[in-house]
Ligand binder design. Structure first.
Ligand code: GDP
Ligand code: MG
Length: 163
């Protein structure tokens, strides 16, 4: 059977942009506003000669910040349970936030192979973020620009190892 890969990370790091690039259609809604309602989506991904199922996560509609974290965690855990491997995405431009670290702990507990993706890595603004990302303990980050399609061959190599 085809492997399933979940795209995990806090809002606004570029998960849906990556999903769209892998699936090749605008199935996932990309939005500048964190917290916009977005359902989890599944698609058939194609990267070189690799074929796999990919899950995009988000789906935040709760205005109450007290329950937001719990909802994100629940959705993340559900996606990871279905997945053979995880692409954990951070924003290399903003560097690590407490929320990134929170998601990283959820991912770590689920015991799946993790590919660490440092997105928005086009240009030099991303360099400090790449260094920070290494501290998560998921190995070397793969610098990627989901928007511009840069770094996809390194992502391919990592996926080939993981799935
Ligand atoms: P999600 O909330 O993690 O699904 O993030 P989105 O895919 O909705 O993207 C959030 C914002 O980041 C949007 O404005 C995207 O256009 C932007 N974005 C996504 N990928 C990149 C990238 O590679 N470089 C830059 N500079 N911006 C990006
Ligand atoms: Mg999204």
């Amino acid at each position: 059977a085809e492997a399933t890969v979940a795209i995990i990370g806090r809002p606004n790091v570029g998960k849906s942009t990556l999903f769209n690039r892998l699936v090749g259609k605008k199935l996932a809604l990309v939005d500048d506003t964190p917290g916009v309602t977005r359902d989890r989506r599944m698609g058939d991904a194609k990267l070189g000669d690799l074929r796999f199922r990919v899950i995009d996560t988000a789906g935040l509609e709760e205005a109450d910040p007290a329950s937001l974290e719990g909802r994100m965690r629940q959705q993340t855990e559900n996606a990871i349970r279905e997945a053979d491997a995880i692409m954990f995405v951070i924003d290399a431009r903003s560097g690590l936030t407490p929320l990134d670290k929170h998601f990283a702990e959820v991912v770590r507990r689920m015991e799946r192979p993790v590919i660490l993706v440092a997105n928005k890595a086009e240009g030099r603004a991303a360099e400090p973020g790449l260094y920070e990302a290494f501290e998560l303990g998921f190995g070397d980050p793969i610098p990627l620009s989901a928007e511009h399609g840069e770094g996809m061959s390194n992502l391919y190599d990592a996926l080939r190892e993981a799935i």
